[in-house]
Design a protein around this ligand. Structure first.
Ligand SMILES: NC(=O)c1ccc[n+]([C@@H]2O[C@H](COP(=O)([O-])OP(=O)(O)OC[C@H]3O[C@@H](n4cnc5c(N)ncnc54)[C@H](OP(=O)(O)O)[C@@H]3O)[C@@H](O)[C@H]2O)c1
Length: 301
């Protein structure tokens, strides 16, 4: 297949490109850094500088939309929120317009989303087969995900199926969440967050990539799909398991009040409880390589 990706140069995109190339697909990557595409995504991967480069007579069999400015790194000022919004929602709207202009439509759009769409669910399990209530106006992360999904759904027609990748916390050998946590936990300075009772829904990078390939190949996979391991854990258990990888124990706690003071609204990304279950992936026969946290972490340390 000839596949167009956005965000192909990112943590998830690079791993996905490697797997797609290994499967023999031809790739084009839309990037603000076209000169880096071949080095980051693989030899032979074509760079697109702008969606205007997608001429109506060009055909892509599939489109995978992962672009988005990093969400936790910088304070959510008005300007930053605009960047987070434009890099996901505006870009997805432009992508859908280009897709609709194409003379031959791609058979599938796999479009990014995140488990942040569920907001703070406390103990309630979050299934992808249930409707998501409208996000609270103050929950920017949930609003962002909901609008991102709405924009992508506009591409859905009898010719093009749309599948929404509700990604959990991805555990990768380099980069992402673990890159931030490894050093303090290795030094015995890891802390549980708040009371540590909030649920964390994680997924190993290998499973994330394999699940996306699985969805690409499933002609019946429409709509939201949770990309999370089947065994979410509480933050206290996650912290203990990570500390254990380094022969450490967790003695510290970062109080919720301090996190809210330091991070403002972004503290919700650490403190909200999301007990997400991959119901649709399991129903379509996906078998997780790393269903259990401790062995997933050991494979990455
Ligand atoms: N990693 C996770 O744990 C996780 C969890 C849930 C959801 N997600 C979502 O999945 C997607 C991929 O995640 P990732 O970890 O691979 O992200 P990443 O490493 O930060 O890469 C995202 C890519 O998006 C593009 N991008 C960044 N800022 C942009 C901007 N201002 N405007 C347009 N494009 C921009 C970049 O591509 P170019 O520089 O080539 O343009 C970048 O390579 C993201 O949208 C993220 O929100 C990730």
């Amino acid at each position: 297949m000839h596949i167009l990706l956005t965000g192909g140069t990112g943590l998830l995109g690079r791993a996905l490109c490697a797997a797609l190339l290994a499967d023999g697909h031809q790739l084009s990557v839309l990037s603000r850094r076209p000169h880096k595409v071949a080095a980051l995504c693989g030899p032979g991967v074509q760079a697109l500088v702008s969606l205007d480069d997608w001429l109506p007579d060009m055909h892509f069999d599939a489109v995978i939309n992962l672009a988005g400015a990093p969400i936790i790194d910088l304070p959510w000022t008005t300007a930053r929120k605009q960047t987070l919004w434009a890099s996901r929602i505006t870009l997805t709207e432009q992508l859908v317009t280009a897709l609709q202009r194409a003379e031959r439509k791609p058979a599938v759009l796999l479009s990014g989303s995140a488990i942040g769409i569920y907001g703070d669910c406390a103990e309630a399990p979050c299934s992808d087969s249930a409707a998501v209530p409208n996000p609270a106006p103050a929950d920017f992360a949930a609003q962002l995900c909901a609008a991102w999904e709405t924009a992508a759904r506009q591409a859905s027609t009898p010719d093009t199926r749309v599948s929404l990748l509700r990604t959990g916390l991805v555990l990768a050998p380099h980069g992402g969440l673990l890159a931030r946590m490894r050093l303090p936990f290795r030094l015995g300075l890891g802390a549980r967050l708040g009371d540590g009772q909030q649920w964390m829904s994680w997924i190993h990078l290998d499973d994330w990539v394999a699940a996306v390939l699985h969805l690409l190949a499933q002609p019946d996979a429409h709509g939201a799909c949770n990309l999370t391991a089947p065994q979410p854990v509480r933050n206290a258990d996650f912290s203990a398991a990570l500390a254990n990888c380094f022969g450490r124990r967790v003695h510290l706690a970062a109080p919720a009040s301090v996190l809210r003071l330091l991070l403002g609204q972004r503290a919700g990304l650490l403190l909200d409880s999301q007990r997400v279950l991959p119901d649709r992936l399991l129903a379509t026969g996906y078998a997780f390589r790393h269903p259990e946290l401790r062995s997933a972490l050991q494979s990455l340390s």
